[in-house]
Design a binder for this molecule. Sequence first.
Ligand code: AHR
Length: 488
Amino acid sequence: ASAQTAGRLQMDQSGPVIAPEVYGQFMEQLGTGIDEGVWVGPDSAIPNTHGFRNDVVAALKALDVPVVRWPGGCYADIYHWRNGVGPRAERPVTLNRWWGNKEENNAFGTHEFFEFAELIGAKTYLSINLGTGTPGEAADWIEYITSPSGSRLAQERRANGREKPWKIDYLGVGNEPWGCGGRMRPAYYADLFRQYVGFVKPNDSIVVAAGPDATNYDWTRTLMTVAGKDFDALSLHYYTLPTGDWTTKGPALGFDEAQWRATFEQTYRMADMLREHDAIMDETDPAGAKILAVDEWGAWYDPTPGSPGGWLQQQNSLRDALLAAVNFNMFHRHADRVRLANVAQMVNVLQAMILTDGEKMVLTPTYYAFQMYRPFQGATVLPLSLEAPSYGTVKVVDGTAARGTDGKVHLALVNLDPRNAQPVSIDLDGAQLGAVTGQVLTAGQMDGHNGFDTAPVVQPAPFRDARVSGRRLTTTLPAKSLVVLTLE
Ligand code: AHR
């Protein structure tokens, strides 16, 4: 057996609330992320409601998706909203220049996005086009969506089938302006951002300025200084590549332990980024009023062999579920600042919750990580310290705890060691507890995954190997596992 992980859980203390929106999703017009994955159209033989796949909608409803971001991503800065409103048969075919020049029939547009968000019960996060659009085009879009008035644009929305305005909960102004969104320098984007918000004037949206790429701290400082008064949230994008190299990222399946370990070492770089960006935001926003919105995160591997270029298709394995879990834990540790996050992406693209193939659908290991962390949405962080042996440059056991809105204590523990179980002993401060129940997610192989034509290999199972005795919780985490316990 391995050396023990020891810890202390202070159930009599409380930290910040974990915003449910940290468990947000991201859907981009990209590959089959929307077309086929979410939208099949009302005439499809695949069972659907107004064109939205019933199986996918039901699976997402079961996750309590708090917020969904659309239409990109890089696509947001080439998207012209007028192409996606009005009778579908009359909408133009456009080219998705960012993602493989796929022909877009624009069937999934503004009305479809807002109806989809209503169907799954999620808040809306709309990214407007700053790269190839104009402030006027963006202002018109906002008016079309949100105006209760009798204006021409509001009447056009009504004529297209929607009487009541919709709410844009989060409004993103451009995407990755340092890259696909316009190759800008931070001061230039900061000025452009100010110009846009001057015209767009959303009344009740949380305005998200496009923030840094990974460790670009200069970007954060410039935005906070030049434009901080005009935004409520600053985004951060960081993708986990096992190799850290964009030319050869590493395979999604069939990797060895060195690649497994490197993936976790890479993903934990997020901890430094959250700490540093948070500290820079503190310089001008010491009260933490502004949100650090990690609105793109997740694993990015080499594409599935044979899949179309630019569709970003990849399989999803147990490794991804554990990667999601340690990222959730990092978000929990910064719950006071990180109050929005959107995993990339929801269906069929990158680290997806759901994969589809024609009429078939599978729930991925990442889906189950989101499901197991469901009690952390809106929960209050409880201080948990863990002294764990090393695994490469990171700790082998990671965990966070919170008091849920159900009043119960929820404890998520991850064992990254793919070969050895890890004994854990945690001292409990606070009221005496008796009952502990739990679920475990693991698999025989590091790249265990769920296929279309086989029984699921990776899905949560009851976990009975945890005890509370007196003021101590003891458990043994199986090799390569996520365990979520409930104490009451
Ligand atoms: O999620 C895929 C792409 O990654 C997004 O379009 C872009 O914002 C990022 O570079």
